[in-house]
Design a protein around this ligand. Structure first.
Ligand code: P6P
Length: 323
């Protein structure tokens, strides 16, 4: 039985990065306790707040964000943090080595109905001579990530993380330790399971409508096999399912807000999830190009997403050929 820190040391992870990951996990354990208390702690429901995305904030969005900010900004390795719940980056130690972006509680619309949610994080190095409170410090493509992962608060709390040497899963024990439970995770190349919010079908571009229509044709259709569908409305749960048994997850561009490339956010959803998916042998795209190749321009910029089992994403890409 290997503890998280033992496994990270075994993989030659630097002491500084281990110290940062420790802070992240301390935060996530606090968040997990708040979630488990739920109504008993009076933390369910919405706050009066609206975030920079214009979304009403759940009380637990704010609580989780505050926990992560307090713990991370107290860590000397952290030069700054950027959060879905913060308009701008928050500076930390001017001599800190790392930047952290995070979605403190992804899928929080599910909290009040007791469905899985998660914390997503991405770690970058802070450029020399740039403040960790400056947006420009974070304008790095997903290829620059030092580490990325999520903690899924489901029937059990699981940390899924990569430091660029494959993907590993660690389950939170009753004793409060993250214990290695899955090493070198690999996504099955083929799948018969797709995830997309079908209620948006009429808003998609024709290419996505055509692909999903063929998925729905099953054995009689051009793809020649029966597909099953899942939609949890919590990206962390969707990605965890794909890392565990394969699949394809899509949140494509749609015409409801044509100026936006998609709903999901690049810096703290798209990039960290793409790092995990690629490290586990899958593909992660905008439905046209690799997400991690995008050069960010804004902290909260959005991105279309089509990720998962390599062969299925390649099939989806065949429907999305730019003329
Ligand atoms: P919809 C959660 O709000 C989220 O950002 C992702 O976790 C999830 O995949 C998606 O939005 C769900 O969106 O439109 O189906 O509610």
């Amino acid at each position: 039985m290997l503890l998280l820190n033992q496994h990270l040391k075994h993989n030659d992870t630097s002491d500084e990065l281990i110290e940062l990951i420790d802070s992240l996990m301390l935060s996530c354990k606090e968040i997990a306790i708040k979630l488990r208390e739920g109504a008993l702690a009076g933390v369910l429901g919405t706050s009066e707040g609206v975030n920079v995305q214009g979304e009403t904030q759940k009380k637990l969005d704010i609580i989780s964000n505050d926990i992560l900010k307090a713990v991370l900004l107290d860590n000397p390795t952290v030069a700054g943090v950027a959060s879905e719940e913060e308009d701008h980056p928050v500076p930390g130690n001017p001599d800190g080595k790392y930047l952290v972006t995070f979605d403190p509680l992804d899928g929080s619309s599910n909290i009040d109905v007791n469905v899985s949610v998660g914390t997503i994080f991405s770690i970058l190095e802070c450029p020399e001579g740039v403040s960790g409170g400056d947006d420009s410090a974070f304008m790095q493509s997903g290829r620059k990530q030092v580490a990325a992962g999520y903690v899924l608060y489901g029937p059990c709390a699981v940390l899924v993380m990569t430091t660029g040497q494959g993907v590993n899963m660690y389950t939170l024990s009753h004793g409060g330790d993250f214990i290695l439970t899955e090493e070198a995770v690999k996504i099955p190349e083929q799948t018969q399971e797709f995830g997309i919010n079908m209620s948006n079908q009429r808003f998609w571009e024709p290419e996505m409508q055509s692909y999903v229509n063929d998925l729905l044709q099953g054995e009689e259709g051009p793809l020649g096999k029966r597909y099953n569908m899942r939609w949890v409305a919590s990206m962390v749960a969707e990605v965890h399912r794909i890392l565990t048994r394969g699949g394809i997850f899509m949140y494509p561009w749609d015409k409801r807000d044509p100026a936006k490339p998609g709903k999901l956010r690049l810096m703290y959803e798209g990039n960290p999830m793409s790092f995990l998916i690629e490290q586990a042998g899958g593909l992660s795209t905008t439905c046209y190009d690799d997400i991690m190749d995008i050069q960010p321009e804004k902290i909260h910029q959005r991105v279309a997403v089509g990720l998962g089992s390599k062969a299925e994403v390649e099939t989806m890409l065949k429907y999305h050929v730019k003329d």
